[in-house]
Write a protein of this length. Structure first.
Length: 390
């Protein structure tokens, strides 16, 4: 008979990135915390003043502050403070939501602290911003050493798991696909500056405006199909350092009547946009700068679209092609290939039956593997294994 795995009575989640700041790891952190809080007591350690409960799902969560900045604190000081927080919160497990925090784990932690899990998205390992005062090369070596000493390491995609192995992590690495909360119903009005009929294809892109997200490729592709699909409209939300360049590109391509930049929108508006979209499109790039590698570790936005039956177009880049299954839940194109992206847009826009089939498959896949419950169940299983020391 298989023994029931132990359940932690208290978990300390260490979140260097957490809402209200925005991003994939922040969203993953909050979603994980909300899910864990339905199963056990959860304490979240954040930088001072960063996080405030924003939903019923976090009302039972206790937030505790670090005294200093993750980027400037010394490793020993940070580790000692976390060990004290773990003791204060009576944590059975510590869950570190950033590869850079892996360097806190080592001989001293294992001698006096609870079992520690390090959760890795991708670029937090390949381009770590948490270095605890070390130069890049030394920081990377400290991180690898810590990951190999941790009780468990979790990657969010096979691409990230491979990056960890290629980077020197020799221990077993668990794969836990990020779970997302389903896009809720919304009665919010769509803030679109153009008239649109139900037959007009609406393409949605939700991502921070930075080069590796590839919105510039999407604009080029829309320009190439404008004559073939004059009714196609593209909505781009969020913000970032590339926004001015993207808007200038849209003007130069004479797309301002077909493309709208909405910036950051309220959750109800974003939900309405997801539900109105015919296609979700985000085709990220892998960017390399010396030893640094910046890439999409998974792509939570694809799962959000799938939760309401919207098919996606992604690129064969990082973990994006794991979030979208080519020909099953969406279309996947070669990285950086504008011709292929234009062809995918054309195919999706002109074939309503294809969109319906891929969208239905996407939703079914989400319900099987992409829910918060699925992520929490896998995570709790790893906690139980850690607590048994296996």
């Amino acid at each position: 008979m298989t023994a029931t795995p132990p359940i932690p009575r208290s978990v300390l989640v260490v979140a260097p990135e957490y809402p209200p700041t925005t991003g994939g790891m922040q969203t993953l952190g909050r979603t994980l915390v909300r899910g864990l809080a339905t199963r056990t007591a959860v304490h979240v350690a954040v930088q001072r003043g960063q996080a405030q409960p924003a939903s019923e799902g976090e009302r039972s969560v206790t937030f505790v502050d670090f005294r200093g900045n993750f980027e400037k604190r010394k490793r020993r000081e940070h580790r000692d403070e976390l060990l004290a927080l773990a003791a204060k919160t009576k944590a059975d497990v510590v869950h570190l939501l950033n590869a850079g925090c892996g360097s806190l784990v080592g001989t001293r932690w294992n001698e006096s602290g609870p079992p520690a899990l390090v959760h890795v998205a991708g670029k937090d390992f390949t381009s770590p911003w948490i270095r605890f005062g070390f130069a890049a090369d030394k920081a990377k070596a400290e991180i690898v050493e810590g990951l190999n000493a941790a009780s468990a390491v979790v990657a969010i995609s096979e691409f990230t798991r491979t990056a960890l192995r290629d980077g020197g992590v020799t221990r077993a690495i668990d794969l836990v696909v990020p779970g997302v909360e389903p896009v809720p119903p919304s009665t919010a009005a769509l803030p679109l500056p153009f008239a649109r009929s139900a037959a007009d294809p609406l393409v949605l892109c939700v991502a921070r405006h930075e080069r590796r997200k590839g919105q510039h490729l999407l604009l080029d592709a829309v320009a190439r199909v404008r004559d073939a699909i004059p009714s196609l409209r593209l909505v781009i939300t969020s913000d970032g350092p590339e926004r001015a360049n993207l808007e200038a590109q849209a003007t130069r391509l004479e797309l301002r009547d077909r493309v709208v930049f909405l910036g950051r929108v309220e959750p109800a508006v974003l939900a309405a946009l997801y539900r109105a979209a015919d296609v979700f499109a985000l085709t990220p790039l892998v960017l390399r700068d010396g030893a640094k590698v910046d890439y999409e570790g998974f792509g939570i936005v694809y799962a959000e679209a799938a939760s309401v039956g919207v098919p996606s177009i992604a690129s064969r880049s990082g973990g994006a092609c794991e979030a979208v299954r080519d020909g099953a839940t969406g279309l996947v194109i070669p990285e950086g290939d504008v011709d292929a992206l234009a062809a995918a847009l054309l195919r999706m826009a002109q074939d309503r039956d294809l969109r319906a089939k891929l969208g239905a498959n996407a939703r079914a896949h989400y319900e099987r593997e992409g829910t918060v419950d699925a992520m929490v169940e896998r995570t709790m299983g790893i906690y139980g294994r850690m607590m048994r020391g296996t």
